[in-house]
Structures are given as C-alpha cells and as structure tokens.
Design a protein around this ligand. Structure first.
Ligand SMILES: Cc1cc2nc3c(=O)[nH]c(=O)nc-3n(C[C@H](O)[C@H](O)[C@H](O)COP(=O)(O)OP(=O)(O)OC[C@H]3O[C@@H](n4cnc5c(N)ncnc54)[C@H](O)[C@@H]3O)c2cc1C
Length: 286
C-alpha cells in the first residue's frame, strides 16, 4: 500500500488527481477501523494530516468556513457560540480521544446516515466546498451532498476542503437517541435551527433514512403558520412533530426498529422546537 503525504492543499489535490484510487485519511477514526477490520484494502492512502490549511476555520463571505480537518474538540471549544448546533452534535461524538482526531470533513467523507454532523449542517443550510485539480472548486449545498448510504456527491478526484455554515442568528439544538450516553452511534438524531430574521426554521434528520435529510413539509408548515411573537400553539407543535416523523424513512437494524425511529424523530422534533422557542421568547423579553 502506498502512503502519500502532501504538505500543502495543492499537493493534496495533485496527489488525488494522479491517484484517484487513493483513500484520503484525516483523523483516521473511520478509515483505520475499516483497515483494521479488512473492510477495505486501498492501493494507496492519502494522508491529509500535514495539510495545515484543513485544520483552520474563519469567517468568509458572512459564513463560518470550517476546514475539513477541524476536529470536534476545536468546534466545541472555539465555535460553540457561532455554530451551537454543530458544537452540540460534536459533544456527542465518541469519546475525548475520538473528538480530538475525528473531523467534520471525515464525517462528510464517510457520509454515513448516522453521522452526527449531518443534521446540524442540513438544518443550517451549510454548503460543502470540494475541489479537484482539473475542475477547481465546487460549492455543494448540504441538501445535495448526500446521495445514498455512505455515498456522497464527491467525485473520485475531488477532496473536501471545508463546510460553510452561516453563524447562528437564533437558537439551535441537536438531539440524539442512543443506547447509552457516550460512545454511541445514533439510533436517530434531529437538529433544529431558528432564523428569526427570516421567519424560518431549518431541520435535519439523522439515522432515519438512507441519507441524512431535511423535513421540508414540516419547515414549510412553520414558515406558513408560526407566529414569531406568541407562545407556541400546541396543535402546531404536534403537527410539526408528525410531519418530521413522516419525513423519516428508516430501516429496522440492530440499533433500533424503523417504527421506534419514526416515533423518536417526532418526539425530538417537538422537544427541540419547544426548547428553541423558549430561548427565542426569552431573548425577545430580555
Ligand atoms: C470509537 C468510535 C466512536 C465514534 N463515534 C461517533 C459518533 O458518536 N458520531 C459520529 O458521527 N461518528 C462517530 N465515529 C466515526 C468517526 O469518528 C467520525 O465519522 C469522524 O468524523 C471521522 O473523521 P476522521 O477525520 O477521523 O475521518 P477519517 O477516518 O480520516 O475519514 C473518514 C472518511 O472520510 C474520507 N475523508 C476524510 N477527509 C476527507 C477529505 N478532506 N476529502 C475527502 N474525503 C475525506 C476518508 O477517505 C474516509 O472515507 C466514531 C468512530 C469510532 C472509532
């Protein structure tokens, strides 16, 4: 197995262009498990660990550009105020060791329906920046990034550069059901983002369909009927939960049944909207 070690982003793109069969490795918390269990035996590994650009984040064009190699620990420690939904999700990932190495780019690269970054990225209208040496940069909305179980819109000669996420302008929450409190793959998960200035609510469902997805009809319902000055109407909250549950298309597996997942998505949708709404009204009153 060849081991390619670029030190700059340009070298990394060149290596991927010349060796599209090379498997990128960032934190290695997914890749090394697959190698150890012989799930795959690639002809080459493309180690991105020395590409410092990937571990940087900053504001750009009104959005927070989070480098693909930024580990969860950095998101928790430095981006909790700017991207609270993503930071909450990051706190639930694995253990401290996994959060020190695991990255947003790795979560996107793996494109598992259960990945914890995906619901908050979807709910916050994130855009994924990918690049190839031959065709340059592509900006892919998160809604178009996930194509199937562990399949994304990334082409073989492309690498993920960053996720662009608009900073929070209202409350955000992430909720995850697991079989224990830590070191657990989501049975299902849910993220909510309030954009009071746009009178809009974003949603993201995880581990509830072949790909992470939004609950579009539930979002449309709130866009039409939510009164942003008033307490939440219980009937509207219930209907929101039902539409989020209806957006799920889960399977039965070892972690949970499809029926349980549909039920849990409805519960998490109602809970997170109620939490976010309390914060929203509290901020208005302050
Ligand atoms: C014990 C344990 C617990 C875990 N718990 C959780 C959890 O709670 N929630 C969760 O979501 N995940 C969990 N994971 C999975 C994993 O930690 C995450 O998916 C993490 O985000 C992967 O990041 P990484 O940098 O380690 O990726 P890597 O393992 O380096 O790569 C993952 C995939 O992304 C590709 N890739 C990496 N970087 C790029 C790039 N720049 N461009 C293109 N492709 C790229 C790789 O080729 C590979 O296919 C856990 C893993 C372990 C071992």
């Amino acid at each position: 197995m060849d081991f390619l070690r670029p030190t700059t982003w340009e070298e990394a793109l060149a290596a991927k262009a010349d060796r599209p069969d090379a498997v990128p490795i960032q934190g290695g918390t997914d890749v090394m498990v697959e190698l150890n269990f012989d799930v795959r035996r690639p002809a080459a590994l493309l180690d991105l660990g020395r590409v410092a650009e990937l571990r940087a984040w900053g504001m750009e064009g009104g959005a927070c550009r989070v480098g693909a190699g930024v580990p969860y620990t950095t998101i928790i420690e430095e981006l909790g105020g700017t991207l609270p939904g993503l930071a909450q999700a990051s706190r639930t990932v694995g253990s401290p060791q996994i959060r020190n190495r695991g990255s947003v780019g790795g979560n996107l690269g793996a494109a598992s329906p259960a990945g914890d970054c995906h619901p908050p990225l979807l709910a916050a209208d994130a855009v994924i920046e990918v690049e190839s040496r031959e065709r340059g940069v592509r900006m892919i909305p998160a809604t178009e990034f996930y194509l199937g179980v562990k399949r994304s819109a990334l082409e073989p000669d492309e690498l993920i550069r960053a996720a662009h996420v608009r900073p929070a302008t209202g409350p955000q929450y992430f909720s995850k059901v697991g079989t224990r409190n830590a070191m657990v793959i989501a049975v299902c998960s849910f993220a909510i983002v309030l954009r009071p200035e746009e009178r809009r609510v974003g949603t993201g469902l995880g581990s509830a369909a072949p790909t992470p997805r939004r609950a579009h009809e539930a979002e449309d319902l709130l866009a039409r009927e939510l009164d942003w000055e008033a307490p939440l109407d219980p009937a509207l909250l219930r209907r929101f939960g039902e539409l989020c549950a209806a957006a799920a298309a889960p399977i039965d597996d070892v972690r949970g049944s499809a029926a349980y997942r549909v039920h849990a998505i409805g519960v998490m949708a109602r809970r997170t909207l109620a939490w976010a709404w309390n914060d929203h009204l509290g901020r208005r009153a302050a």
